[in-house]
Design a protein around this ligand. Structure first.
Ligand SMILES: NC(=O)c1ccc[n+]([C@@H]2O[C@H](COP(=O)([O-])OP(=O)(O)OC[C@H]3O[C@@H](n4cnc5c(N)ncnc54)[C@H](OP(=O)(O)O)[C@@H]3O)[C@@H](O)[C@H]2O)c1
Length: 335
């Protein structure tokens, strides 16, 4: 079977198309999936460029969407022909988080989904949202579920709440769509006025260019009548957290998700304390949470924003496109 593989020294110029052995028939408890799509995340980019270490020969990509071809003994949840989507943590089925690293995350600690077929435990997949193609389904594994967990599972979002989103990448645009579908109002920042216009067209209530307004935290608080927002989906990290604390309401919730501005830095701890805000770190979510998210997508009919699609063989170009930060929402890869 065809697979894109990361070869040492790892970097985008060493992404190679290889012929790998077919994984064969599923054993007990397993399913065989014909993969047809994936989507790119900042994490995948870190792996593919060598910024985050991985093994020589690793098949990249954490997100996988496809069709079940065969099921092993004792598999009752899936049948041949079902559309399925992979789980970011194949071993975290339910309950509170028990895993704090990527050692079992596809495309990082174990092989990912940039290939034609996989045979894996059925519990490493869920059903895909109804009517989604493989690329659309794949966008829920990482970006979609992260946004869902931040707002709904951890944030307990309800109609009337206000939400601040940073930038217009995969997680933020998923969060925009979820928040609007659930009756929240949304402020969003971007480096691009054109992207802010696009965000307005899918429901953003307040937009701000973070390059032109370095004090965007106060501007967002003013937009919320001085009260501050109920939720912040913090994808920036150390370079944005101070402004996010400025923007959040007293008693609000900040989901600490991203590292776009780096992995460590100064935190205005006194300001956070005065806000009495909850700062909650998170990594994606459990399979049970993904199932609840799929149910919500079936009920609301939300479709993800896929900016552009690349063929599997052009995976390097897809990552270069992500590095250029010209995208809005998700970048798809399909085959
Ligand atoms: N903890 C988790 O579970 C989890 C899960 C998924 C992602 N993440 C993290 O979340 C972050 C976003 O991931 P993604 O996959 O959505 O990335 P992505 O699709 O590559 O999004 C990148 C976008 O972020 C925006 N951005 C960059 N620097 C910014 C800044 N200083 N302030 C505000 N926005 C900025 C830019 O938007 P504009 O072009 O509009 O300016 C850029 O296009 C990454 O750090 C990623 O590692 C964490």
């Amino acid at each position: 079977m065809k697979a894109m593989v990361l070869k040492a020294p790892i970097g985008l110029d060493h992404l190679t198309l290889e012929d790998r052995p077919d994984p064969g028939a599923p054993g007990a408890g397993e399913i065989r999936v014909a993969l047809h799509g994936s989507s790119l995340n900042f994490h995948d980019l870190g792996i593919a460029t060598g910024r985050m270490p991985t093994a020589d020969g690793r098949i990249p990509l954490a997100d996988g969407g496809g069709i079940v071809e065969a099921v092993g003994e004792r598999v009752t949840e899936f049948a041949p022909g079902d559309s399925v989507v992979s789980c970011f943590f194949p071993d975290w089925q339910d309950g509170s988080a028990t895993i704090g690293d990527f050692s079992r995350t596809p495309g990082d600690g174990i092989d990912g989904f940039a290939c034609e077929f996989v045979v894996l435990p059925a519990s490493a997949f869920t059903h895909a949202p109804k009517g989604y193609d493989a690329v659309e389904a794949a966008t829920i594994t990482t970006a979609g579920l992260t946004a869902w967990r931040a707002l709904v599972v951890d944030g307990k979002l309800k109609a009337g709440d206000s939400v601040l989103l940073l930038g217009t990448g995969g997680v933020s645009i998923w969060a925009l769509q979820i928040a609007k579908a659930m009756g929240a109002t949304v402020a969003i920042t971007s480096s691009s006025d054109e992207k802010l216009e696009r965000a307005k067209r899918i429901g953003a209530d307040f937009t701000l260019n973070y390059r032109e307004h370095s004090e965007w935290g106060k501007a967002v608080r003013d937009w919320s009548d001085g009260r501050g927002v109920d939720h912040v989906v913090e994808v920036g990290g150390p370079g944005t957290l101070a402004q996010s604390i400025e923007a959040v309401r007293v008693g609000g919730h900040i989901s600490l998700i991203g590292v776009l501005t780096g992995a460590a830095g100064q935190v205005p701890t006194a300001a956070l304390m005065a806000k009495q805000a909850r700062l909650q770190g998170l990594i994606v979510g459990s399979r049970r949470e993904q199932q609840a998210f799929v149910r919500a997508l079936d009920a609301t009919g939300i479709r993800p924003v896929v900016d552009r699609r690349f063929p599997l063989e052009a995976l390097g170009d897809a990552f270069r496109y992500e590095m250029g930060a010209g995208h809005f929402g998700k970048i798809g890869v399909e085959w």
